[in-house]
Design a binder for this molecule. Structure first.
Ligand code: GUN
Ligand code: ZN
Length: 431
């Protein structure tokens, strides 16, 4: 007998992109969602679903919002313990805080401790899938996949490759990066809900030989995602120009080595040249907006409105620990504020879409996660829209769902996360 569960509350699903239509018309709400064997089976009224599935176990969420779990397509789980480190910009921040912390991940016990801590914290924030950079150590990749596998979670991760401009102990070579990435990919890609992403950190920390090796690996496994960083800070771009004097621009340092493609995820992409924008769009690459990181490290303002209008595929991410939060709600709030600085007020439906469907599309996983629709995997977050006194007093006067949701987007955190379901299993909310 299959296990059936009927979740009752305000179930929110997306019918289309709220960037392509009037935002309130992009969504639907239902009274209940039925899950069976880890998948979403049906959406509808309580009366209809209870009558059709009398054996289903009921879970009552009252006025809580039930939506797809958050999808975070650019994170560094090894930076969990050094999030919110003070006072540096990108290159100094990497050298001062990030590299010393990443050095510790050659120890499988430490890697496992942080992987589990990270997955506990993000589950408490309602994030059910993420795409993570690991460190150069294969142990860091094994630790993350093992922790996610035990939780039945859909995650993407890869060994972060670096063979220059990083300290001794954090450098591999073109050949070892290729060999280790390949054996990790063979070991984990497609096992349960796990996927491997080929992961050159960024052009300054890879020699042309290593970028070429990563390009060759991607050509051999084109079904895999490839993740990296692009055009985050102006100083970084200057550095790339001096390291690759013959490249047309920063993107070209990837493109010339076969590291530009539709399965590529490019983090930050703030200071893009026209040619770079056009090439990224032509190939259908995913651009990942990391708003709390871009303000925290002082990188700049991602041009969401322009890039969306130009037809780019865009995901929304925390970039933990360059980002200042594990929460996709805090990330949406900062995306909203950055939009306001640029003269665009993002609608709450657009913010929620970016953190679910949009991010799932950036991972090419929207056929299995990121929304509530029959056949998709049952990864869900249940939001309490009155989780603190300050949010509750504002929500109390809301005249529609969007006015009720927006205070939680702007002021909410893990206290707003009433429950989380991963692969049809209820997850204990707090670590
Ligand atoms: N560029 C290269 N590595 C990193 C990183 O770890 N974080 C951020 N924000 N940018 C990077
Ligand atoms: Zn990053």
């Amino acid at each position: 007998m299959p296990q059936k569960t009927l979740l009752k509350g305000r179930v929110l699903s997306f019918l289309e992109s709220p960037f392509a239509t009037e935002p309130t018309r992009a969504t639907n709400t239902h009274e209940a969602v039925l899950i069976e064997d880890g998948k979403i089976k049906a959406l509808g009224s309580i009366a209809k679903l209870s009558q059709e599935h009398p054996e289903a176990q009921d879970v009552e969420y009252g006025q809580h919002l039930i939506m797809a779990g958050f999808v975070d397509p650019h994170v560094h789980y090894p930076q969990t313990a050094m999030i919110a480190s003070w006072g540096k910009r990108l290159i100094d921040w990497l050298n001062t805080y990030t590299f010393p912390e990443e050095m510790k991940f050659g120890d499988p016990r430490y890697a496992s401790e942080i992987a589990n801590r990270y997955l506990d914290l993000t589950a408490s924030h309602g994030t059910t899938t993420m795409c993570s950079f690991c460190t150069i150590h294969p142990e860091s990749v094994d630790a993350f996949f093992e922790a996610a596998q035990l939780r039945g979670q859909r995650v993407v991760a890869g060994k972060t490759c670096m063979d220059r401009n990083a300290p001794e102990g954090l450098r591999d070579t073109a050949q070892t990066a290729y060999n280790q990435s390949q054996s990790l990919l063979e070991k984990w890609h497609g096992v349960n809900r796990l996927s491997y992403a080929i992961t050159p950190r960024f052009s300054p920390t890879s020699t042309p030989e290593q970028l070429e090796a990563m390009g060759a690996l991607w050509a051999k496994y084109p079904q895999c995602l490839m993740q990296t960083h692009l055009c985050e800070q102006t100083d970084e771009i200057e550095w790339v120009r001096s390291l690759f004097p013959n490249a047309r621009d920063y993107l070209d340092t990837y493109e010339q080595f076969g590291l530009l493609g539709g399965n590529g995820l490019y983090g930050h992409v703030i200071h893009l040249e026209t040619r770079e924008r056009e090439r990224l769009r032509e190939v259908g690459a995913a651009l990942i907006h990391c708003p709390t990181s871009n303000t925290f490290i002082g990188s700049g303002l991602f041009e969401l409105d322009d890039l969306m209008r130009q037809g780019h595929r865009i995901g929304l991410a925390t970039d933990t620990g360059g980002g200042s939060s594990f929460s996709m709600l805090r990330t949406m709030a900062t995306a909203y504020e950055i939009g306001q600085l640029q003269g665009t007020a993002l609608h709450p439906a657009q913010l929620l879409w970016l953190g679910t469907v949009g991010s799932a599309q950036s991972l090419r996983m929207d056929d299995c996660i990121g929304n509530i629709a029959p056949g998709l995997e049952a990864d869900l977050v249940v939001l309490d829209l009155a989780s603190t006194p300050d949010i509750a007093q504002r929500e109390a006067t809301a005249e529609d769902l969007w006015e009720a949701v927006f205070p939680t987007i702007m002021m909410g955190d893990d206290r707003a996360v009433a429950d989380v379901w991963i692969g049809g299993n209820r997850v204990s909310r707090k670590p």
